[in-house]
Design a protein around this ligand. Structure first.
Ligand code: 2AM
Length: 219
């Protein structure tokens, strides 16, 4: 008999359950709307290619939004990416496949390129996190495992979604270097900080729990 070979997906990841997906889209919408209206933001538009004090509609700016909200673990490109097969064979990946996981969102952020949610992984979740994810994005830096974990919420025109994780690592790098960001007051009951170059982060005092299913995307 012929053995059927596993088909590798475009990517593996945690896919948000419908209710939590709707909820996060709503939160992202409010975040972008309110940040766009913040005085401190209106005064710092140059990184976004706008003149200061003009209005920038962030919902329009990040018009490219994902069809399915998810947190990518491994981008396989149907097997073309190095390490895809090995990743798919990991015991934790095989065991976790089609299982439910609760992820924790610790912050929302934007840069002139992307909007995203920072995901804080548990020890168990780190078992399905590729060991080289951070190094692949930032070869020159040593960053904590899992620090690239995120959910893309939107991209600016001509920006690829892979950029969101790279942008998040830029925040992590600054934080690792002791840079806290400049406190710009409160937004949605959380502290909003500015990190130069159009990088804004909203740290959530209470992490947002979201239900997901670990699976592959084959579309
Ligand atoms: P994202 O995880 O930041 O959203 C399909 O393009 C999915 O795979 C998207 O979710 C995308 O980015 C992610 N992706 C695309 N290219 C990637 C790469 N080279 N490394 C990691 N993730 C990638």
């Amino acid at each position: 008999p012929t053995l059927e070979k596993d088909i590798l997906p475009l990517y593996f990841g945690w896919f948000l359950a419908k209710r939590d997906e709707d909820n996060l889209r709503k939160t992202a919408h409010e975040f972008l709307e309110q940040l766009g209206n913040l005085k401190a933001f209106k005064k710092r538009l140059q990184a976004f290619g706008r003149e200061d004090k003009h209005k920038l509609d962030l919902l329009k700016y990040f018009a490219k939004t994902p069809n399915i909200l998810h947190c990518t673990t491994k981008f396989c490109d149907y097997g073309k990416m190095p390490g895809s097969e090995e990743y798919a064979q990991l015991e934790a990946v095989r065991k976790g496949y089609s299982k439910a996981f609760t992820l924790h969102i610790s912050a929302l952020f934007i840069t002139p390129r992307t909007a995203g949610a920072q995901v804080e992984l548990t020890q168990e979740q780190l078992h399905v996190w590729p060991s080289d994810a951070e190094r692949e994005a930032m070869p020159k830096d040593v960053l904590p495992r899992g620090s690239r974990a995120h959910i893309t919420l939107g991209c600016a025109a001509d920006v690829q979604d892979v950029q969101t994780g790279i942008d998040l690592l830029e925040f992590v790098k600054l934080q690792q270097a002791g840079r806290e960001g400049e406190n710009m007051g409160e937004l949605l009951g959380s502290k909003i900080s500015y990190y130069d170059n159009g990088m804004w982060m909203l740290a959530l005092p209470r992490k947002k729990e979201i239900k997901t299913i670990f699976s592959g995307y084959y579309g």
